[in-house]
Design a protein around this ligand. Structure first.
Ligand SMILES: [Zn+2]
Length: 290
């Protein structure tokens, strides 16, 4: 019942955001739609729902999870981990793409259930520990259960477990400590660079005249410039539609070369997102001036 109330609150909240003129779109129906988990490549697995990504990275020394979407997704996410043949109790480290409720709502409970440590960027730590959307602290429907950060990460820090290492790239804008993760994966006999991108969409963020947080516009622009210099053979994101997951999964199931490998995808996504950001900024500025 509590969960149903939460779901309704989220949907009503999103409708309010949309009505408020903030670019948010319709309430996504697929956020809580279960999905069969699958192996993307090597030791990286998708354990999220149809509309919200969650990642499992397995190692001989225990497992790493990136993002635990809404609390309402968590039981299914845990089942997904077990379905793949792994133990939820072996999850040792929790990471996050960014501290927005739709990617963090299950982290506190998952941490309690597993005893894993939570590692997150300095920029997103306050939001995670307070359970709020920074700059919208008064919006109850954007709140989530706070989660204590045990290890604070800086740009370039490496998180290692069982011989597997992930690098944190702080790419702020979408959130103050938005973190893009990279790790090497062996795919079809070759080592490939996988990127779990944080996100650079504007979403509910105010850019002007009263920014979501000070310096947000400069942060977005720096992040676009930086992502344009980065390399990703496998581009993954917090929402499946941001990397055409459904189409790639259908191809993966048919066999042949791994369709998630596409070194040309990151630059295209970054260019599209940059254009959308500048258009949203101009729109918000124009509205403020009128
Ligand atoms: Zn977000």
């Amino acid at each position: 019942m509590k969960r149903l109330v939460l779901i309704v609150a989220v949907i009503v909240g999103l409708a309010v955001l949309a009505a408020g003129g903030v670019t948010q779109g319709a309430p996504p129906a697929n956020w809580l739609t279960p999905m069969t988990p699958f192996r993307v490549a090597d030791n990286l697995y998708y354990v999220g729902s149809k509309g919200l990504s969650a990642w499992l990275i397995t190692t001989p020394g225990g497992h790493i999870v990136i993002d635990a979407p809404l609390d309402g997704n968590l039981d299914r996410m845990k089942l997904n981990i077990e379905t793949l043949g792994f133990k939820v109790s072996d999850v040792k480290i929790l990471l996050n793409s960014h501290a927005h409720f739709d990617h963090t709502g299950g982290l506190a409970r998952l941490k309690r259930d597993t005893g894993a440590i939570m590692a997150a960027s300095e920029g997103d730590r306050p939001a995670l520990e307070q359970g709020v959307y920074p700059g919208s602290e008064d919006q109850d429907f954007l709140k989530f259960e706070p989660v204590k950060v045990d290890r604070v990460l800086k740009d370039g820090d490496v998180v290692s477990l069982g011989g597997v290492s992930l690098t944190a790239h702080v790419t702020p804008g979408h959130s103050p400590g938005c973190t893009t993760w990279t790790l090497p994966l062996k795919v079809d006999g070759q080592v490939r660079q996988a990127m779990i991108y944080c996100s650079t969409t504007v979403a509910a963020n105010r850019l002007a005249p009263d920014p979501q947080y000070p310096g947000i516009v400069a942060d977005y622009r720096r992040t676009f410039a930086r992502l344009a210099t980065m390399k990703a053979d496998i581009f993954l994101a917090p929402h499946p539609e941001q990397f055409d997951m459904a189409a790639k999964l259908a191809r993966l199931n048919k066999g042949g070369p791994n369709p998630f490998v596409d070194p040309g995808e990151l630059p295209v996504r970054v260019a599209q997102s940059r254009k959308a950001f500048e258009a949203a900024l101009a729109k918000q500025q124009k509205k403020a001036a009128s």
